[in-house]
Design a binder for this molecule. Structure first.
Ligand SMILES: Cc1cc2nc3c(=O)[nH]c(=O)nc-3n(C[C@H](O)[C@H](O)[C@H](O)COP(=O)(O)O)c2cc1C
Length: 353
């Protein structure tokens, strides 16, 4: 039988009450009238199974540290593994070392973050060393390592992929969607089905592990881009990267970020990301890591109901610390028990029905 739960009660139950984030989440959900939650508490007889499989790689739970959130350090990735992350994604790395953009690079504008960090990284060779160390630290914890890469050309993408695969990551993620380097690199590869497929094909020729392609939210038809990368050989999709945005200091009349514009992340991105995941999973059969604005267990359930196989956490780590992984897992588990879901497959994609 269906249960009707007032959204503010639901958020209160599935988010720890003491964090500032939870106040935001309650306020946010409280703006709606009611939400309908399927199932019955009576159906729950045992702990739900939260494991999932991305391109043949098993994750103990669906929560994945999103790329770029914690810098580029093996110890920080390890901390997320210790906190319970199913997988951790390294900061995107390119062919050669980059300093990134000057400060200010990140702004907490209230509802979410705006960033234009500019892809600082030590270059592919040094990154491969860091990833080797991260892999050794993460393996005993049962956390999967995803290595993220970017490049300015298709050929350089393939070159970086070859170097990074030598470090033995479980999965390789192609960041073809960073919105903050357009003045250097031109429009992101993710803006064009042809370009997105070309990068995917070139990397697939050299990659020794499954390849995830990370898409941009600001395209007219994300299903078309998803079909193109599927045709190019992608094993999975991550959706989405940040959404371009800008903030202006009205007293100086100047944009706040040194790069002028940046990428919006956190709660304002969630509805955009949920829709993107829904459109992609309607268009292709690939597993999707639903990323964008997920900050609590209910958000994760929503992403999975849109069709996601796993769920990325980025800005939520800024709000709730690395402990967010264990907390969100507990919140999702409690929701599933309450609603009678025994595993993620029973929830996955039900919004399509
Ligand atoms: C400070 C910051 C740096 C980021 N750096 C990267 C990056 O290097 N590569 C990448 O693919 N995405 C990067 N992202 C995007 C995130 O991985 C994620 O797609 C986005 O923030 C949306 O998820 P969220 O709302 O959970 O944060 C970055 C985001 C932030 C906030």
């Amino acid at each position: 039988m269906d249960q009707r739960i007032a959204p503010n009660q639901a958020a209160h139950r599935y988010c720890s009450p003491e964090s500032a984030l939870d106040v935001r989440t309650r306020d946010r959900l409280g703006q709606a009238d009611v939400v309908w939650l399927a199932g019955s508490a009576a159906q729950a007889t045992q702990q739900p199974d939260l494991s999932c499989v991305i391109a043949g790689v098993r994750l103990r739970n669906p929560f994945v540290l999103a790329s770029g959130i914690l810098g580029n350090d093996a110890a920080l990735l390890e901390r997320c593994g210790e906190a319970g992350a199913g997988a951790v994604t390294s900061k995107s790395c390119g062919p050669t070392p980059r300093r990134g953009h000057p400060n200010p690079t990140v702004l907490d504008w209230g509802p979410g973050l705006l960033n234009a960090v500019g892809l600082p990284n030590p270059g592919a060779r040094a990154q491969a060393e860091m990833l080797r160390s991260a892999r050794v630290r993460l393996q005993p914890l049962g956390s999967v390592l995803v290595a993220s890469i970017f490049a300015d050309t298709v050929a350089n993408f393939a070159e970086v992929a070859g170097i990074i695969c030598e470090a033995g990551p479980d999965l390789l993620e192609l960041n073809i969607s960073c919105p903050n380097v357009a003045h250097e690199f031109g429009q992101p590869f993710a803006a064009s089905a042809t370009d997105a497929a070309a990068v995917t094909e070139a990397v697939k020729r050299v990659a020794t592990c499954p390849v995830i392609v990370k898409l941009a939210p600001n395209v007219p038809d994300i299903g078309q881009i998803a079909r193109a990368v599927e045709a190019g050989g992608a094993d999975a999709i991550c959706a989405v990267n940040t959404m371009p945005g800008m903030a202006i200091d009205v007293f100086s009349g100047r944009p706040i970020l040194a790069n002028r514009s940046g990428g919006i992340s956190g709660p304002p991105l969630k509805a955009i990301a949920v829709r993107a995941v829904y459109e992609i999973t309607a268009a292709v059969d690939l597993p999707v890591i639903g990323t964008g604005g997920v900050t609590c267990g209910l958000d994760a359930a929503e992403m999975i109901m849109a069709g996601a196989t796993a769920v990325g956490l980025g800005t939520a780590v800024y709000y709730r610390g690395t402990e967010v992984f264990g907390q969100v897992e507990a919140e999702l588990r409690e929701f599933m028990v309450g609603q009678g879901y025994r595993n993620l497959a029973e929830m996955r994609g039900i919004a399509h029905e």
